[in-house]
Design a protein around this ligand. Structure first.
Ligand SMILES: CC(C)(COP(=O)(O)OP(=O)(O)OC[C@H]1O[C@@H](n2cnc3c(N)ncnc32)[C@H](O)[C@@H]1OP(=O)(O)O)[C@@H](O)C(=O)NCCC(=O)NCCS
Length: 147
């Protein structure tokens, strides 16, 4: 499949929310997604050759660390390497900014994502108890990758 990576912009909000709502058990609201743009989080997306958005990344860079805030691939396009394209792009982009550490949190029940991150050289750092409150309390696994 032909894919293209480009920066997200506020007119992509609706497309990102469709994917967000279909993949996240506690999806960001439109307001949260909008304010993420407003405060200047970094975001890029992957589109297919018909310019349909099929995945996205949102992260924040603070000093020497990039924190992955959100990554999602449309349900119909998962397990086809799109997430890997996104993570590899993230690594390249933050490295170009002089950053060599990426951190993230993931639900302990999200074994697909955890194995995905391990495949991309993230390691398990800690458990944060009850980090998530919705849809029910759940621990977060903190992971990181050194570049
Ligand atoms: C995690 C996610 C971004 C990975 O993207 P992807 O395009 O599916 O990933 P890739 O195709 O590049 O990589 C596939 C690997 O991811 C993991 N994986 C992803 N989806 C999986 C599934 N449904 N079942 C099992 N493993 C899965 C496996 O390790 C898989 O490796 P394998 O094919 O050798 O088994 C994607 O599954 C997703 O959007 N999930 C929902 C949102 C989410 O959980 N985001 C992370 C929040 S912290």
């Amino acid at each position: 499949m032909m894919t293209n990576i480009r920066l997200s912009n506020p007119s992509d909000l609706k497309s990102l929310l469709v994917i967000e709502n279909n993949t996240n058990p506690s999806p960001w609201t439109e307001k949260q997604m909008q304010s993420s743009f407003d405060v200047g989080h970094h975001s890029f997306l992957c589109e297919d050759n018909n310019e349909n958005v099929i995945g996205f990344v949102i992260y924040v860079a603070v000093e020497q660390e990039a924190h992955l805030l959100n990554i999602a691939v449309d349900n119909n396009y998962q397990k086809k390497g799109i997430g890997s394209i996104l993570v590899n792009h993230l690594k390249k982009q933050v490295q170009a900014m002089g950053i060599n550490l990426i951190t993230l949190e993931v639900r302990v029940s999200n074994t697909n994502a955890i194995s995905f991150y391990k495949k991309h050289d993230f390691i398990e750092d800690a458990i944060r108890a009850n980090y998530y409150s919705k849809p029910k309390p759940e621990d977060a696994l903190l992971m990181s990758a050194r570049l």
